[in-house]
Design a protein around this ligand. Structure first.
Ligand code: AMP
Length: 143
């Protein structure tokens, strides 16, 4: 199973925001869309950064609530790790575990086409395990 299978299941498309959106605007979108992170892009689609709920909490704790009106580019992670459609679920799990983050934007042909969260990875892993168990049960039943 790979990233293409995950996107086939959840669909392509990714919500993005601009570097000059405020932290309050980001927090509002995270809450209303029930998502954990937002990819920040420049005009033209170039990935400028990623901001997650952890960044919002950290910045508020370290710099205070007045940061809510500051631009997101002051709080986001600018060096973004991405994945491709052919990356396997095992590779994604290894990457997320090693780097301690839960989101990987998907880039294909230089374009941002989706985002995979740790929840998507776990869901796909469970589906795989259930299919394997079912195949094993069918095999035993025919024996
Ligand atoms: P998360 O676990 O996704 O909430 O993110 C934890 C931290 O890692 C935050 O500081 C994020 O900005 C950062 N982060 C999340 N995803 C990525 C990514 N794909 N590449 C680089 N940093 C990331």
């Amino acid at each position: 199973m790979n990233v293409a299978a995950i996107l086939k299941d959840k669909g392509e498309g990714v919500f993005t925001m601009r570097p000059d959106n405020t932290l309050l605007e980001v927090a509002t979108e995270l809450a209303s869309r029930k998502i954990g992170s937002v990819v920040v892009t420049e005009v033209g689609g170039f990935i400028a950064g990623i901001i997650s709920e952890r960044d919002v909490v950290r910045v508020l704790a370290e710099r205070g609530p007045e940061q809510l009106s500051a631009p997101v580019e002051q709080a986001m992670t600018k060096s973004v790790v991405t994945c491709t459609l052919s990356d396997t679920i095992d590779e994604l799990m290894a990457e997320m575990t090693a780097r301690r983050f839960r989101h990987l934007p998907v880039v294909d042909d230089g374009q941002l086409i989706g985002i995979v969260s740790i929840g998507d990875v776990v869901k796909q892993r469970i589906a795989e395990a259930e299919m394997e168990a079912e195949a094993m049960r069918a095999y035993i039943a025919t024996g």
